[in-house]
Write a protein that binds this ligand. Structure first.
Ligand SMILES: Nc1ncnc2c1ncn2[C@@H]1O[C@H](COP(=O)(O)OP(=O)(O)OP(=O)(O)O)[C@@H](O)[C@H]1O
Ligand SMILES: [Mg+2]
Length: 295
């Protein structure tokens, strides 16, 4: 569903609707459905009135009733988006949301504007998106939807935790502005994914060197990207590389740290060899790993 519809729902629905939506959110995260009677008791409102609020949330597609309305409701991604966007609008983090600037397997990224008129990026996680259409068909109980919503929130929190440390350490990563639930607002990088760059305004050897230095500095700051590839590097007009997409980072003291580090660096080296026909010595990766983790 488009974000425009969700933003409209956010502006049109009342505080009461959102109080109900938060109850559904809490239950959904635990994997349980929310029925009219239970909210009615918790919120001390009549069942009739609650049935109306729930039905309006359902009409706005923010909740889903997988086994019919009587059996209860569960929050869906549109509902989670609505909760996060409402919080951001109210806190003055963003004033409006613009176009999609990136669609990944498990996230959608939008350009947004702050009240001060600054452009930022807004990343909305969608863990489990690929497997979720299946649930619609089978109408099976959505306890897994709940765990996906929770996973998306965890990814967003992980990403922001890494970005704070890395930005502080001076790495070329987007500045993390704010997180709410599964939504991350960060500095908008005016760049193109390295995989799509036609010509870099800098010798590719230099770009690779800078990236390897960034991997090394991130390691010094205690963080290994562990999904690093030319897809997760944005190159700006000056040829500066920015490393994005950090939800799956691991700590330096992770037992398999060398595996992740090696894979990250190998991805980069392989890309530069393939794309720019760079003649790199096979020993490069071992030398790099030795320089990062001297024994
Ligand atoms: N801070 C940012 N500034 C500019 N563009 C961004 C920013 N963050 C993400 N994007 C754009 O959105 C795309 C997807 O973002 P990102 O790589 O963070 O997540 P993802 O690839 O969807 O994650 P997944 O690995 O689940 O597919 C990027 O390729 C990039 O084009
Ligand atoms: Mg990515």
């Amino acid at each position: 569903m488009g974000l425009a519809r969700i933003l409209r729902a956010v502006s049109e629905l009342s505080d009461r609707h959102f109080n109900v939506l938060r109850v559904i959110e809490r239950n959904s995260m635990r994997g349980s459905l929310t029925r009219v009677e239970s909210v009615s008791r918790a919120m001390k409102l009549s069942e009739q009135y609650l049935a109306k609020l729930l039905s309006e949330l359902h009409d706005a597609s923010l909740v889903w009733s997988p086994a019919g309305r009587k059996s209860g409701y569960v929050l869906n991604y549109a509902g989670l988006d609505a909760l996060a966007l409402r919080a951001m609008l109210r806190r003055g983090i963003v004033a409006s949301v613009g176009n999609v600037i990136g669609v990944g397997k498990e996230s959608d990224v939008y350009a947004a504007d702050t009240p001060e008129g600054e452009r930022v990026s807004l990343k909305l996680y969608r863990a489990g998106r690929l497997s979720m259409t299946r649930y619609r068909r089978t109408r099976s109980l959505p306890s897994e939807l709940g765990s996906y919503l929770a996973a998306s929130t965890r990814f967003a929190a992980n990403e922001v935790r890494a970005l704070r440390v890395l930005y502080e350490a001076g790495l070329p990563v987007p500045f993390p502005v704010y997180r709410n639930r599964h939504a991350v607002v960060a500095q908008l990088i005016d760049g193109v994914p390295l995989v799509k760059v036609k010509s870099i305004p800098k010798p590719p050897e230099l770009v690779l060197e800078e990236l390897l230095k960034a991997v090394k500095d991130a390691h010094s700051a205690g963080i290994i990207h562990s999904d690093l590839s030319a897809y997760n590097v944005l190159v700006d007009a000056e040829g500066r590389s920015w490393i994005i997409d950090w939800p799956q980072w691991v700590r330096r003291d992770h037992p398999n740290v060398l595996f992740y580090l090696r894979r990250d660096v190998q991805n980069l080296i392989d890309f530069f060899k393939r794309r720019y026909h760079m003649d790199l010595p096979p020993s490069l990766i071992e030398e790099f790993l030795r320089s990062v983790t001297p024994t």
